[in-house]
Design a binder for this molecule. Sequence first.
Ligand SMILES: [Zn+2]
Length: 108
Amino acid sequence: MRNQRRIKESKAIKIVDFWCKECGRDFKANGVRVIKTYEREDPRAIYMANCPVEHLCIRHITDIELDPYFRLSKNVRQSRHKYAKDVLQPGQDGYTMYYGEEKDRREA
Ligand SMILES: [Zn+2]
C-alpha cells in the first residue's frame, strides 16, 4: 500500500505550488488534502486550492505521474532550463521536482 504511506507522510494542509490552467499562471496557496478511499484499491490523495480568481486547482499527492503540473507550470519549465547544467541544491527552485518532498515553507 504505497499510497497509504505517501498519504500518511503528507500534511493535511501545506503551501503548494499550483498551476492554474484557466489563468495560465503559477501560484502558491494552502493546499487542502483530500483523500479518496476505495474498497479494493490503494487510497488516493490530492491537494486542492483555489487560484487568486477562484478557479479550482489540484496537485496529486499519490499518482504523481498523473499530475499535469510538471508538464504545464512555467516555473518548472524555467527551472528546468535554468538549472539544466547545474547540480540542484536544497532550497533552489526546481530542487523539489527532482528530489521530492520540499521543506516546510510555512515558517517563511
Ligand atoms: Zn485561475
